[in-house]
Design a protein around this ligand. Structure first.
Ligand code: MG
Length: 315
């Protein structure tokens, strides 16, 4: 069971939905997110027309310490806006979703036989993201490689040092690994710069890219960034971060927490703008709470519906 916050914005006819998962690492409890949203209730209710960007600007300062709540509100505003306009959000942004990158499926860090068993439970995904950070990381990848030819991405979650990362990058390239996500701790800026010079694989920032301003700070240290909507405060800042990354010639990924279909459908609106995506959140859940975008074996299927396409199944 993972508690998650669902925000509903309604104009009396349409309802838009947004989501933020709870997160102990960031201290984001349901109560804290609820209180943060109550503090901007009058600001939200004062809007006579839903303009997601405008609503974000009006509430961002008050919700600065609670980007998860800001994200859920911003997603709900986009979903409502699209439903009012009678179009999917990606279409209102002028995007074409006929060619989108496949999502990976994440295999969490565990004993090797458990990781192999997990991989075999979800066959036929084109890409798997493997969480590493043990003393036997190469052994894990070699074991998994015996069971699939799919592309692997590796997320070391800050678990390596520079020489280890350089060495592993060469070995992992041979094992058809596509990139390394955050191999070093975020504070090791000098090491990161050195790693960028010597790594055999592209480097994607995760823990080093949280706020909007972090994209520019990652330039010259990473090849790309992994943007998470709850950490940056929603789709509105995420789009600006994508633009900045492109101007700097960097790769762009969007990642998820363990969102239900509500949060995953919001991510899907950005998909045509991305190189890589990690949107397996709802696929990892035993029970979902909404219908909308479906990710099956890495392929994102959009519903014939407006906004982000979300409908709660319980309502
Ligand atoms: Mg990561």
């Amino acid at each position: 069971m993972q508690p998650t916050l669902i925000v509903e914005l309604s104009d009396g006819v349409h309802s838009g939905y947004g989501e933020a998962t709870t997160n102990t690492y960031y201290g984001m409890t349901l109560e804290r997110m609820r209180n943060a949203l109550e503090s901007v209730r009058s600001l939200v209710e004062a809007q006579d027309q839903i303009d997601p960007q405008q609503l974000w600007s009006a509430t961002a300062e008050s919700l600065r310490d609670c980007p998860f709540a800001l994200c859920a509100l911003d997603q709900a505003a986009h979903d409502l806006w699209g439903k009012q306009q009678g179009q999917p959000v990606y279409q209102l942004w002028g995007l074409d979703n006929s060619r989108t990158p496949p999502s990976n499926y994440t295999i969490g860090i565990d004993e090797i036989d458990v990781m192999v068993a997990k991989l075999k439970e979800v066959p036929d995904w084109p890409v798997y993201k493997i969480k590493l950070g043990t003393s036997h990381d190469l052994e894990i990848i070699r074991a998994l490689r015996q069971h699939t030819d799919a592309t692997f991405r590796v997320d070391a979650n800050c678990g390596w040092d520079v020489s280890e990362a350089i060495e592993n990058s060469h070995a992992l390239k041979e094992l058809n690994v596509e990139f390394l996500e955050q191999p070093l701790p975020a504070e090791n800026r000098d090491g990161q710069k050195e790693l960028l010079r010597h790594s055999a694989l592209p480097l994607i920032a995760d823990e080093s890219c949280i706020h909007e301003s972090d994209v520019a700070a990652c330039h010259g240290y990473f090849d790309g960034v992994n943007i998470k909507l709850v950490k940056c405060g929603g789709l509105t800042p995420a789009r600006r971060m994508i633009d900045t990354a492109r101007e700097l010639g960097m790769k762009v990924m969007v990642g998820c927490m363990t969102e239900s279909t509500v949060g995953i459908s919001a991510i899907a609106q950005l998909l045509p703008l991305l190189d890589y995506v990690d949107m397996d959140g709802a696929a990892l859940l035993a029970a979902d709470i909404a219908t909308g975008v479906v990710v099956e074996r890495g392929v994102c299927r959009y519903p014939q519906a407006n906004g982000s396409g979300v409908q709660l199944t319980s309502s």
